[in-house]
Ligand binder design. Structure first.
Ligand code: DX5
Ligand code: ZN
Length: 213
């Protein structure tokens, strides 16, 4: 059964508390942090996360799409991030950055954009808790799933199995109740879903459908 991480990027920001309550059957709250530099969009920061933390007991899965993430790791951890995921493409010193995240006692994730080969993460796989494969170009919700990213999931899954690791594979972008089965069959553990969950008229049923895929 897949783990589900609804992305609040597609939630109703005028009724965030209501939408957070509606996803209580999910496994994580996925929070997309964008800075207008690493990606062409700006979203939310530690202040909002700190307040979200007060209204949910689900772990906060914080996806940093920002340049120089090393400057803000402590702030996001203090705000309540349980998983901190940084982009491979945003860091010149990834090994150091992973250690910095782990020193805060948060779980450490690394994400790759669709065009980045997954093999770049092989040297650091044993250091991290999670790999986030982007299945759209990061920046916006509601985009179409890029099919070739599933090949990277399969390659990664074999490597994790070969090394006997428990690293989780998360996928983000364009996940729907129609493609969730193919995605989990490829080896994905955690499905991020924004528009599929929050645009549905029965959020708990949609989460269940994604779980069962
Ligand atoms: C995109 C974000 C995603 C996004 C997913 O940059 O990282 O988390 O919200 O949205 P959907 O599920 O609508 O593709
Ligand atoms: Zn995301």
């Amino acid at each position: 059964m897949a783990l589900i991480a609804p992305s609040i990027l597609s939630a109703d920001f005028n009724n965030l508390e209501k939408d957070i309550k509606a996803i209580s059957s999910a496994d994580y709250v996925h929070i997309d942090v964008m800075d207008g530099q690493f990606v062409p969009n700006i979203t939310i920061g530690p202040v909002v996360i700190k307040n979200l933390k007060k209204i949910t007991s689900l772990p906060l899965d914080v996806h940093l799409m920002i340049v120089k993430p090393e400057n803000l790791i402590d702030d996001f951890r203090k705000a309540g991030a349980d998983i901190i995921t940084v982009h491979y493409e945003a860091s010149h010193h990834l090994d150091r950055l992973i250690h910095q995240i782990k020193a805060t006692d948060a779980k450490a994730g690394v994400s790759i954009n669709p065009a980045t080969p997954v093999e770049v993460l092989f040297p650091i796989l044993e250091l991290i808790d999670l790999v986030l494969i982007m299945s759209v170009n990061p920046g916006f919700g509601g985009q179409k799933f890029i099919p070739y990213t599933l090949e990277k999931v399969k390659t990664l899954k074999s490597k994790i199995t070969e090394l006997g690791l428990s690293t989780l594979i998360e996928i983000d972008g364009g996940v729907t109740t129609d493609n969730a089965k193919e995605i989990t069959n490829a080896g994905v553990d955690i499905l991020v879903a924004g528009s599929t969950v929050f645009n549905s008229n029965n959020i708990p049923a949609t989460i269940q459908a994604l779980k069962n895929a």
